[in-house]
Design a protein around this ligand. Structure first.
Ligand SMILES: C[S@@+](CC[C@H](N)C(=O)[O-])C[C@H]1O[C@@H](n2cnc3c(N)ncnc32)[C@H](O)[C@@H]1O
Length: 272
């Protein structure tokens, strides 16, 4: 039953069906998660990414989150981050914005999320970091002035949106000339051309694209035990949470491993 519900959500997400109810449903889900799972050591809600090759540097206290930080590290590496005004859209529990604030020295970083309970939790979990703030707001109507942001980060959030093209147009509006939009999320393989069209309609220029799927599957493998321990506590929602968290044996895990679902990264730049 839980597997069917989740696979139905994935399919509807991919076909772009019922955009408003889908958006409403995801928001309720994230609100519920923020109310019931308030653990101090749970700052990420992404599937993670473990790149092949040399591991990137991390402080010992952040090692346990390496897989989840990996999506952020690949998103910002090589971008002009020092002194930049940063916006993360769909910041969740704030672990990614926290990593960027602590390792990449932006001037300011704002995390925006449309789940008010998640925003409150992110504020509490990251109150020890300066220059970092969290606000409630919708990706499709960014509450920021034209040209006021240098880098927009968006990690594993866009699949919840009702209108991805509206989101991309908003990103283009708030970015300063020459500013960067760095994006990562998953889609069914057949939906990738549609995603490319939605993002390109913003007028932003595509500078880099990659398929992160193998590294995401490696991260799901690495985090499986830790997630299983957490999910054990959710006796009523255990099956649903296993699907949602992409545990081994879940539909999402199998789809990512077999290539039916692809986890992509894109970097766009606003013309200068
Ligand atoms: C899978 S979580 C990822 C969170 C974070 N990026 C991370 O990697 O840990 C997706 C997040 O996107 C947020 N979100 C979904 N739709 C949104 C929207 N329309 N506007 C802003 N945030 C949204 C959700 O509330 C949730 O916190």
């Amino acid at each position: 039953m839980a597997s069917r519900l989740f696979s139905g959500m994935l399919e509807a997400m991919d076909r772009g069906a019922f955009p408003r109810s889908r958006k409403w449903l995801w928001r309720r889900l994230y609100d519920m998660l923020a109310r019931f799972w308030r653990d101090d050591d749970w700052r990420f809600m992404n599937y993670g990414f473990l790149p092949a090759g040399e591991p990137f540097p991390l402080k010992p206290e952040d090692e346990r989150d390496r897989a989840f930080i990996g999506l952020y590290q690949q998103a910002v590496s090589g971008l002009p981050m020092a002194g930049a005004r940063l916006l993360e859209v769909g910041s969740g529990r704030g672990g990614g914005a926290r990593y960027i604030a602590l390792y990449h020295a932006p001037a300011t970083i704002t995390g925006l999320d449309y789940s008010p309970a998640t925003v409150r939790l992110a504020r509490r979990l990251n109150r020890d970091v300066s220059g970092l703030s969290f606000e409630a707001g919708d990706a499709e109507r960014l509450p920021f002035a034209n040209g006021s942001i240098d880098v927009v980060v968006n990690i594993e959030s866009s699949h919840c949106y009702g209108d991805v093209a509206a989101f991309a147009a908003e990103v283009a509006r708030v970015l300063a000339p020459g500013g960067w939009f760095t994006f990562a999320d998953m889609r069914g393989r057949e939906s990738l051309p549609e995603l490319n069209r939605q993002l390109a309609a913003s007028g932003l220029l595509l500078r880099r694209e990659s398929d992160l799927s193998p590294g995401v599957v490696a991260a799901l493998d690495a985090a499986d035990r830790r997630k299983r321990e957490r999910i054990e506590k959710a006796w009523l929602l255990r099956r649903f949470m296993s699907e949602f968290a992409g545990m081994k044996g879940s539909i999402l895990y199998s789809e990512l491993a077999s290539g039916g679902v692809v986890y992509v990264a894109r970097r766009y730049q606003k013309p200068g």
